[in-house]
Design a protein around this ligand. Structure first.
Ligand SMILES: Nc1ncnc2c1ncn2[C@@H]1O[C@H](COP(=O)(O)OP(=O)(O)OP(=O)(O)O)[C@@H](O)[C@H]1O
Ligand SMILES: [Mg+2]
Length: 443
């Protein structure tokens, strides 16, 4: 192995956690990322005859309405889908932070479901587009486990595009037992949109409102709009922010309750609507419970299985078994798994020797995990569904820590004294090739 040019504590590593909703960038050893930015970017179409090439814009500027500004996502299900824009956005923030790449290595978090070809592209892009002193890919659940100082745990990440459950043993993710659905933050946003559409409530983002008079549903909204020309994608992006505010006041009900929890929500048009905050949040646990009116907003059934083609599945050495005969009877096949079922199913598929310890160390993280009463309902359901197991949930109390937990874990991981051996340099990458780097260094 090539000798590394940087020694131990002096390294000022960069941590990048790119989520479907939020991108976080900052320095290892810090408590919080320096940059917490949208994972969307703007594309400004050429507006005169001399300048027809689209220009990408990042940061707060994407919230300024313009007639020729399209808003586009960088990622889908935690995987980069627009590579040029994503790499440009990272460079934009690296410049803002005045990062001198050749002096600093970078740790990038990745979801567990990236296919081999995706991971190759990720590694190649980072080595080719940037000039960092070293690179490390860390799986998000591993980072979360480090943030909590729990090398053996079950990480439940309720994020924007995905809800995932990943067993972590000795800091390493057990990919084959992991599960993922799409019943996370975007699903809730679609429900809220559908719910408002059904009620024929007019949703207009604040930038469009010139004046308003408070009204209460079912009285129609009374407002005047500004004459601003924008693209549909810009308006949709701004509406997502309204749905986000709506999500922040949701509350998870008890199972099968008939109770309601009415709450007033004021839209930017000045119209207030009373809605039952239980109804929408319930679908985190029972995704089939909400019936979409608008088919375009509905999500296909998803039972959580993931096809992962990453080689070298890690198995804890002492615990390798001849076959899987010790596993509990597999649960019957279902089409849709809500949160509790997803976790219960994962627990049922892992080695019986590990099961009790993981059940005792369930880490709940991700933006949607902040919905009120979510952990209480989860605890009750998991305890009822798994009578033989002692369930313990761990959810960081501070909401900014919870929402940035994978980034913070990366920060902890990269500042460990022993971590300096983990960085892969450009020379090593060139010598060994991307396959070997992926299989041997970034498992
Ligand atoms: N307090 C809150 N209550 C309810 N939902 C919230 C809250 N805060 C954030 N969210 C929702 O959580 C989601 C973002 O979660 P998070 O930041 O974990 O996602 P991410 O890391 O960007 O995406 P990924 O799913 O790729 O990991 C968004 O849908 C957002 O609206
Ligand atoms: Mg995330």
């Amino acid at each position: 192995m090539a000798t590394t040019v940087y020694g131990g504590d002096e390294i000022n590593a960069i941590i990048l956690d790119a989520g479907s909703y939020t991108t976080r960038i900052g320095y290892a050893g810090d408590d919080f990322p320096k940059v917490i930015a949208s994972s969307y970017y703007g594309e400004l179409q050429g507006d005169d005859d001399n300048n027809n090439t689209p220009r990408k814009i990042f940061g707060e500027a994407i919230n300024v309405p313009r007639p020729n500004l399209e808003i586009k996502p960088l990622l889908k299900e935690s995987l980069i889908v627009d590579w040029d824009a994503a790499l440009e956005l990272y460079q934009y923030y690296f410049d803002q932070l005045k990062i001198t790449q050749p002096d600093q290595p970078i740790l990038v978090t990745e979801p567990i479901w990236g296919e081999a070809s995706y991971r190759e592209k990720l590694v190649e892009s980072f080595f080719e587009k940037f000039d960092f002193a070293g690179l490390y890919l860390a799986k998000s659940p591993t980072c979360v486990s480090f943030q909590q100082g729990r090398p053996n745990c079950l990480v439940v990440d309720i994020g924007h595009d995905s809800v995932s459950v990943t067993p972590v043993i000795d800091g390493i993710c057990l990919l084959k037992s992991s599960m993922k659905t799409n019943y996370g933050g975007r699903f809730l946003s679609n429900e809220i949109q559908d719910y408002l559409e059904q009620k024929e409530v007019v949703v207009e983002p604040s930038f469009k409102i010139k004046s308003k008079t408070p009204t209460k549903y079912p009285d129609p909204a009374k407002f005047e709009t500004k004459d601003i020309s924008t693209t549909q994608s810009f308006v949709d992006y701004q509406k997502q922010k309204i749905y986000h505010q709506f999500k922040e006041i949701l509350e998870v009900p008890e199972k099968n309750t008939t109770k309601e929890s009415p709450r007033l929500f004021e839209l930017p048009t000045g119209q207030s609507i009373v809605f039952d905050r239980f109804k929408i949040a319930d679908s985190i646990f029972d995704p089939a419970v909400y019936k979409f009116n608008n088919e375009k907003l509905a999500f296909p059934p998803c039972n959580g299985k993931i096809d992962i083609d990453q080689a070298n599945e890690y198995r804890p050495l002492k615990r390798v078994r001849k076959d899987d005969s010790n596993q509990s009877t597999p649960a019957p096949e279902v089409d849709i798994r809500g949160l509790t079922q997803l976790i219960t199913h994962t627990l049922s598929t892992i080695d019986i020797d590990l099961r009790a310890s993981l059940a005792n160390n369930i880490i709940v993280t991700g933006g949607v995990s902040l919905v009120s009463q979510l952990t209480d309902r989860l605890y009750l359901e998991l305890s009822n569904n798994n009578p033989g197991l002692k369930i313990r949930l761990h959810a960081v109390g501070n909401s900014s820590e919870r929402i940035n937990q994978a980034w913070i874990g990366g920060s902890v991981l990269a500042s460990l004294g022993t971590f300096h051996q983990m960085w892969v340099t450009k020379e090593e990458y060139k010598e060994a090739g991307v396959d070997r780097i992926l299989n041997q260094r970034f498992r």
